[in-house]
Design a protein around this ligand. Structure first.
Ligand code: 4AD
Ligand code: MG
Length: 479
């Protein structure tokens, strides 16, 4: 007989049917009631053992963490808490879990801090919280592919190793196989990258956008979904050195089309999770409610996790320009009371405290800010008529801050050349990008969604390290 997954047992199997379940023991009460989980759902199946009929030496090994195969009949449960349970006919221990070792791990049956669980990334998958988070992470990823596929986008694989620093922020990881102790040197004494593997200096990509633009100007609408790398030394709860980004790029779209696409896309993902991840979401919702109760009233969320998702799904995002946002901030209480740490001045980039004020206090909904000053945004964004601002957009989410960054692209060759000069970007290096503006250039636009920030939003996790299986952050690349 083949094993039946627990999700299927609970949703589809008929009472009276014989089946085999395999999984890991979550709890064993008196060698009689054994909770088994196989990862297919947050729910456990209860296996009931008539211990008089079983070998004591086998039962002794059915400890928390051990893997077991259980066969038996599905019956209506006598106890409360579950509708069905398995009356065990045979039980086999597939892999033992040493109780002494368990004492040193996250598998002792008690509540652990998320920080502690991070140190045991191999075992944190076994916890309810991380099981839920990673099943939802999968669902978000699937929803993204489904959305774009249904809309006629093509999934484009852009390179991970590249010579370009698309965002121009200089936060790149170099890739080289030269001997660091004895690199070849040029006559001037610099490292001679022409002798390196690729014959030039290359790095891990910070964004697939520039390559995606090439494809969009031929295939019409494409999206990337891949890992991106940033050597930002910001040890915050919202930054990773390795994260995943989704970057759609659409020919013939302007900034308004771009905002419409973003809003529709984010609502779709949110709705998909509400519809398809009910058990996991409800667990995380309860978890958050409990956690909130230990906080002072003023620090508690106004809405529960599920309410926040429903709110995003059902309400229009507030759209305003950067210039309007500066005015709003200057009229705000925290500004007047000098509560903001960072400066609020036209031309200066907004900090997360400003973004969160706009979203959480002023508008109380997701916000799309547009038309930022040219100097604080990337070279490829389209210059507006005023000559001072560009057709940029940032989407700001409650509890997260910036979740999406995007823009209409500069499609005019002469303006793009001037921008390269302004930003000190050697045009020759980007000849392949500049070329798209020479052969049938058109208006086009796109954006980048930080995948982990979206997963934070739909799971309610407040640290980005807790929504990626193996976080990479400054001073940390364990596992
Ligand atoms: O705003 P960013 O830098 O935009 C771009 O890279 C553009 N090329 C996107 C485009 O127009 N195609 O990054 C996009 C998003 C941010 O809004 C944020 O959600 C996420 O990527 N992000 C990070 N997420 C985790 N850790 C980091 N260090 C991140 N940096 C950016
Ligand atoms: Mg950005």
């Amino acid at each position: 007989m083949k094993r039946t997954k627990i999700s299927q047992v609970l949703e589809q199997s008929e009472v009276g049917s014989s089946l085999i379940v395999k999984g890991w023991v979550r709890a064993n009460r008196g060698n009689r009631f054994i909770q088994i989980n196989d990862g297919s759902t947050i729910k456990n199946i209860q296996a009931v053992v008539e211990f008089e009929n079983f070998d004591e030496n086998v039962l002794k090994k059915v400890t928390t963490g051990a893997s077991v195969a259980v066969s038996g009949k599905l019956v209506e449960s006598q106890g409360s808490g579950q509708a069905v349970e398995i009356m065990v006919e045979t039980i086999e221990v597939l892999g033992e879990a040493n109780p002494e070792e368990i004492q040193k791990t996250v598998m002792q049956p008690k509540r652990h801090s998320l920080e502690y669980l991070r140190e045991q990334a191999h075992l944190r998958f076994r916890t309810n919280t991380f099981g839920a988070v990673f099943r939802i992470r999968h669902a978000v990823s699937f929803a993204i592919h489904k959305y774009f596929n249904d809309q006629g986008f093509f999934y484009l694989h852009t390179p991970i190793i590249t010579g370009s620093d698309a965002e121009g922020a200089g936060e790149i990881f170099h890739v080289s196989n030269l001997d660091p102790k004895n690199p070849p040197l040029t006559e001037e004494g610099n490292i001679d990258y022409s002798k390196d593997f690729f014959g030039k200096q290359v790095n891990l990509t910070v964004s697939g956008q520039l390559e995606a633009e090439l494809a969009a100007l031929a295939l019409g609408q494409v999206y990337t979904f891949g890992p991106t790398f940033r050597a930002e030394n910001s040890n915050t709860s919202r930054h990773l050195a390795e994260f995943w980004m989704i970057e759609p790029e659409v020919a013939f779209n302007d900034l308004n089309d771009n905002m419409d696409l973003t809003e529709d896309f984010l609502k779709y993902i949110t709705n998909y999770i509400l519809d398809n991840c009910k058990h996991d979401l409800s667990f995380l919702n309860e978890r958050e409610i409990k956690e909130q109760q230990s906080k002072p009233q003023k620090d508690r969320n106004e809405l529960t996790l599920v309410e926040r998702l429903e709110f995003v799904r059902d309400n229009d995002f507030k759209r305003l320009t950067y210039t309007e946002a500066i005015e709003v901030l200057k009229r705000s209480k925290p500004y007047k009371k000098k509560k903001f740490k960072y400066e609020v001045e036209w031309g200066v980039d907004l900090q997360s405290e400003h973004e969160r004020y706009l979203v959480e206090k002023e508008f109380k909904c997701p916000v799309i800010l547009t038309d930022y000053p040219a100097e604080i945004k990337a070279f490829y964004m389209r210059e507006n008529e005023d000559g001072k601002t560009v057709a940029a957009m940032d989407v700001l989410f409650p509890g997260i801050g910036e979740i999406v960054g995007g823009s209409q692209r500069e499609e005019r060759l002469d303006v793009l050349k001037r921008k390269c000069a302004d930003f000190n970007i050697p045009e020759e290096d980007l000849w392949w990008y500049m070329d798209t503006r020479k052969f049938g250039s058109v208006q086009h636009a796109g954006f980048g969604l930080g995948f982990e920030r979206m997963v934070m939003f739909v799971t309610g996790m407040t640290n980005i390290r807790d929504v990626i299986p193996f976080p990479r952050t400054p001073q940390n690349a364990e596992f």
